[in-house]
Design a protein. Structure first.
Length: 252
């Protein structure tokens, strides 16, 4: 029970890695506030967790929603110790093919919302004597990729926002780290493979990029998040953890 007596707020908790984090945190004893747009998916996760779950349907791009979910989390559970910023969008494109709408949607969701929510939880973490903010970046927050301009740029911003916040708030015992997943078996990845001209070939080619010979699972990533939320990582801040099956190991 590594997260016993901790309260965690998790965005993107309806599916994929966010949902896996919510379930893993609950198994480790945490009380969890689940945030996403689609309430029915949050309700499904909450049924698995039980009384230690709070469902908060919200749009993370709306500042009023962000302030509300922090307020309601503290009202229900009494404090807030951990924030997991998992909500994100991926719109494929290049400098020429992206529209301004694509760019704005990507940065509003992946960067601006993450910054505003992180800022909103700081006063509550100070009251609690410290806390852990876990941002979801990506291997594309460390390296480039074709047809991923806005996404890679936004995740690069997340990686350095993480490091800057770690320096600003370390003296308050507020730790800030990010996880950089590789290709993980999620709805987003399944949709990408399905839309490829040759789905089986696309999958084989991408699996081959991983020395461990498989895509990741949401649970692989959630295990890292549990560590970063726990007191076992009490001397870890400002770090970017690649959880990618070795995808970036041979890249400079």
């Amino acid at each position: 029970m590594r997260l016993d007596k901790k309260v965690a707020l998790i965005t993107g908790a309806g599916t994929g890695m966010g949902r896996a984090c919510a379930l893993a945190f609950a198994r480790e004893g945490a009380k969890v506030a689940l945030v996403a747009r689609r309430k029915h998916l949050l309700d499904e996760a909450a049924r698995e967790i039980g009384s230690n779950a709070l469902v908060l349907a919200a749009d993370v791009t709306k500042k009023s929603d962000l302030e509300r979910i922090v307020r309601e989390t503290v009202k229900r559970f009494g404090s807030l110790n951990v924030l997991v910023n998992c909500a994100a969008v991926l719109i494929a494109g290049t400098a020429e093919s992206h529209s301004e709408k694509d760019w704005d949607e990507t940065f509003n969701t992946n960067v601006r919302a993450l910054w505003l929510l992180s800022r909103a939880v700081l006063p509550e973490m100070r009251k609690a004597g410290g806390g852990s903010i876990i941002n979801f970046s990506s291997t594309l927050g460390l390296m480039g990729a074709r047809n991923r301009l806005a996404y890679a740029a936004s995740k690069g911003a997340v990686t350095l926002l993480t490091k800057a916040m770690a320096m600003d708030h370390g003296h308050e015992h507020i730790r800030v780290n990010c996880i950089c997943p590789g290709i993980v078996e999620t709805e987003l990845v399944a949709d990408f493979v399905r839309k490829a001209p040759d789905p089986e070939k696309a999958r084989r080619e991408r699996v081959a990029l991983h020395p461990l010979g498989r895509f990741g699972t949401p649970d692989d990533v959630a295990a890292c998040a549990v560590y970063l939320a726990s007191d076992g990582s009490s001397w870890v801040t400002g770090s970017a953890f690649t959880v990618d099956g070795g995808y970036t190991a041979g890249k400079a």
